[in-house]
Design a protein around this ligand. Structure first.
Ligand code: PLP
Length: 404
C-alpha cells in the first residue's frame, strides 16, 4: 500500500541551502560563493586555525582522553572557561557563582535551549529581534512557542544603524519582554551600535525591565580583540541584572561542524543560578541527553593554556585584519571603476558581512552573468573574497549597478 507519509507535501529548501546546491552544480571555474557565512581563505577554500590543528594532534596522542558520555551540561571546565571568555576573568558575577553555563550544540543549540528554557520558565513570551536578523533566529524562538516581534535596526538610507528607531521600538515594547541582541558583527547587516549607544540601550532595557538575550557568534572578529568585542555584554553584567548569553565557537575558532557552544544564564544569586542549572538539565535531557566531547576538548585546551590562548588571539586578529583589508580593496576597486553610488558603508561595516545595498534584480544579474552567488538581500560574505576575486566582484557590481 501507500506510504504512511504519502500525504506529506515537499517543502522547498531554505534559500541559503538552495543556493549552496545551485553553486555546487555550477560548472563555471569562475563561480564565486559569497553567500555562506563562514570564514574562508583568500582563494575561497575552507579555513582551519593553526592552533586548532596543533591541539587536535595533542588530543589524538593524549592517552588520558576518553569517549564516554559527558554529563548533561557538558564539561565543567569548558563551561567555566567559556563564561570567562565572554564575561572577563575578573567578572564579579562569576566569582559570586551567579553564572550557570551549559555546553550546547554550538550557537544554534545554545539559542534553542535558551529559547526552550524561557518558554518554560519565564513569564513573558514575546521576543523582540532586530529587523533584519539572522534568519534562523525566527526559527529557534518560534519553535519554542515564543511570539516574535521586531525592533528597527538597519537604515537603508544610510546603510547604518537606525538608532532612533531602535530606541523607540524598545521603549514601546511591553515591560518584561525578551530582547535578542547580537553581541557584535551583526548578521546580516554588518552594522553594530557604538559602545556609547550600547550604554543607552542598556539603560533603556534595564529601566523598562526588558530581558536581554545576547547572541555572540563573532567575538573578536570586529576589533580583532576578544575582550574589546565583549565590552558591551560586560556592561550589562556589571549592572547586576540578569541575562542569557549564547556563545558559538563556529567562526571564532573555525569549528563549525564540531558544534561547540555554550549557554550562560547570569542570575541575581548563586542559589537561583544552581536552581536554573538543574532546570536546564530538564530541558536538555529529553532533547539530546548530552553534548559531544571532541570540539569542547579543543576549545578548553586552547582557553586554559596561556600560550595557546595567545596564539589563538593572534590568529583572530589576523582574520579580522584580512576582513578589514578586503573591505578596503573592494571599496577601492569600485572607486577605481567609477561605479555609481556611495560605497563607504563597505568600509564602515564590521565582521564578516556587508549589507551591500544591491537589490534582488542586481543580485540575480550578477548570478546569471558572473556566476556570483549571494542571498537576494544583497549580503556579501567578505571572508570569502581575496585579491584575485575582489576585481571580479567589483566588475560584476559595476555592471549590475549600471543596468539599473
Ligand atoms: N548567531 C548568529 C548571529 C550567527 O550568524 C550564527 C551563524 O551564522 C549563529 C548564531 C549560529 O551558528 P552555529 O550554530 O554554527 O554556532
Amino acid at each position: 500500500g501507500d506510504s504512511v507519509f504519502a500525504h506529506l507535501p515537499h517543502i522547498p529548501e531554505v534559500p541559503i541551502y538552495a543556493m549552496m546546491v545551485a553553486f555546487s552544480r555550477d560548472p563555471s571555474p569562475l563561480k564565486l560563493n559569497l553567500g555562506i557565512g563562514v570564514y574562508r581563505t583568500e582563494d575561497g577554500k575552507p579555513f582551519q586555525l593553526n592552533v586548532v590543528r596543533r591541539v587536535e594532534r595533542l588530543l589524538v596522542n593524549d592517552r588520558s582522553t576518553f569517549k564516554e558520555y559527558l554529563p548533561i551540561t557538558g564539561t565543567a571546565e569548558f563551561n567555566r572557561l567559556s563564561a570567562k571568555l565572554i564575561l572577563g576573568a575578573d567578572c564579579p558575577a562569576i566569582k559570586e557563582n551567579r553564572v550557570t553555563t551549559v555546553q550546547c550544540l554550538s550557537g544554534s543549540g545554545s539559542l534553542r535551549v535558551g529559547a526552550e528554557f524561557l518558554a518554560n520558565h519565564y513569564h513573558h513570551h514575546t521576543i523582540y529581534m532586530s529587523q533584519p536578523t539572522y534568519a534562523a533566529h525566527l526559527a529557534f524562538f518560534s519553535a519554542a512557542g515564543l511570539a516574535i516581534k521586531t525592533y528597527r535596526y538597519y537604515d537603508p538610507g544610510t546603510c547604518g544603524l537606525d538608532f532612533q528607531g531602535m530606541l523607540e521600538d524598545l521603549l514601546s515594547a511591553p515591560s518584561g519582554a525578551i530582547v535578542l541582541l547580537q553581541a557584535c558583527a551583526h548578521n546580516p547587516t554588518g552594522v553594530d551600535p557604538t559602545l556609547p549607544q550600547w550604554e543607552q540601550i542598556r539603560q533603556l532595557i534595564r529601566a523598562k525591565g526588558l530581558f536581554p538575550f545576547f547572541d555572540s557568534a563573532y567575538q573578536g572578529l570586529v576589533s580583532g580583540n576578544l575582550d574589546e568585542d565583549a565590552q558591551f555584554i560586560r556592561l550589562f553584567v556589571a549592572d547586576g541584572g540578569e541575562c542569557l548569553i549564547a556563545q558559538s565557537y563556529s567562526k571564532i575558532m573555525g569549528l563549525y561542524g564540531e558544534r561547540v557552544g555554550a549557554l550562560s544564564i547570569v542570575c541575581k544569586t548563586a542559589e537561583v543560578a544552581s536552581h536554573v542549572e538543574s532546570q536546564l538539565k530538564l530541558v536538555i535531557r529529553p532533547m539530546y541527553s548530552s553534548p559531544p566531547i571532541h570540539g569542547a576538548s579543543i576549545v578548553a585546551t586552547i582557553l586554559k593554556d596561556r600560550d595557546m590562548y595567545e596564539e589563538w588571539s593572534i590568529e583572530v586578529k589576523a582574520m579580522t585584519d584580512r576582513l578589514i583589508s578586503t573591505r578596503r580593496q573592494l571599496f577601492d576597486a569600485l572607486r577605481d571603476r567609477g561605479t555609481p553610488g556611495d560605497w563607504g558603508h563597505i568600509i564602515r561595516h564590521v565582521g564578516l558581512f556587508t549589507f551591500s545595498g544591491l537589490n534582488p534584480e542586481q543580485v540575480a544579474f550578477m548570478n546569471k552573468e558572473y556566476h556570483i552567488y549571494m542571498p537576494s538581500d544583497g549580503r556579501i560574505n567578505m571572508a570569502a573574497l581575496g585579491p584575485k576575486t575582489v576585481p571580479r566582484l567589483a566588475d560584476a557590481i559595476h555592471a549590475a549597478v549600471n543596468i539599473g
